[in-house]
Design a protein around this ligand. Structure first.
Ligand code: G6P
Ligand code: MG
Length: 220
């Protein structure tokens, strides 16, 4: 049976959280706001605009609309500078094995990411050709946990939501997949991602037999 496999990008396919951290930390420090790794964790899956709003809230700062726009641009320029140095070595373990396995079975594959930089990152790590559909921050109006990004992905793959499987590392993303009535697979910490239907620390734990079952499964 043909299923739709939808992958989040940041934290699932590549670990870009470290680059977001460096860029956000620089921005926060320039405003006299401290920014920790724990706070960076809370920005996973959160849009760029909402991330800056949260940092300003944490620092109890108010800024003008012009400064907000300038800071967003500067943050992204710094982030893109890190991204420009990415290559295939930054793909997380066993992601190509899973993608190639699904492709060889004729399964449909989509990206479902909040990032507006998704295409450039997929190009840098040379995975862009593996995806039949790419839905990113430039295509959606509602952020995860709203299911919009995954529902558009399913639509573009021409597969009904209950026949889709989502791989996600953020709580908001797991909630979005569940709301979309898709099978949710958490990649990361089981304590954090407990709302997921299945949880794995990373893709090396996912065996071929599990993929076989997903191809046959239906969410009830
Ligand atoms: C992903 C990341 C977030 C990031 C968001 C927007 O969801 O997990 O940390 O803020 O994408 O990314 P962008 O590349 O558009 O700034
Ligand atoms: Mg993510």
């Amino acid at each position: 049976m043909k299923k739709g496999f939808i992958f989040d990008l940041d934290g699932v396919i590549v670990d870009t959280a470290k680059y977001h951290f460096l860029a956000w930390q620089n921005l926060a420090n320039s405003l006299g706001i401290s920014f920790s790794l724990a706070q960076n964790e809370q920005l996973k899956g959160v849009s760029r605009v909402r991330s800056l709003e949260k940092i300003l809230e944490w620092g109890d700062k108010t800024i003008s609309e012009e400064e907000f726009t300038r800071l967003m641009r500067e943050k992204n320029e710094e982030y893109l500078n890190y991204i420009s140095k990415m290559d295939i070595n930054e793909i997380l373990p066993d992601v190509p094995r899973i993608l190639d396995n699904l492709i060889s079975r004729g399964q449909a594959i989509a990206l479902g990411s909040a990032s507006k930089n998704a295409r450039v990152i997929l190009e840098k790590v040379q995975l862009i050709d593996k995806f039949h559909a790419i839905v990113d921050g430039t295509n959606v109006s509602k952020a995860k946990p709203d299911p919009e990004v995954f529902l558009i992905g399913a639509q573009q793959l021409d597969i009904s939501p209950e026949h889709c499987i989502v791989f996600e590392d953020s709580v908001a993303g797991i909630q979005a997949a569940n709301t979309a009535n898709m099978i949710s697979i958490g990649i990361g910490d089981a304590k954090v991602l407990h709302e997921a239907d299945y949880i794995f620390t990373n893709f090396t734990e996912i065996k071929e037999e599990f993929i076989n079952n997903l191809v046959l499964a239906r969410k009830v």
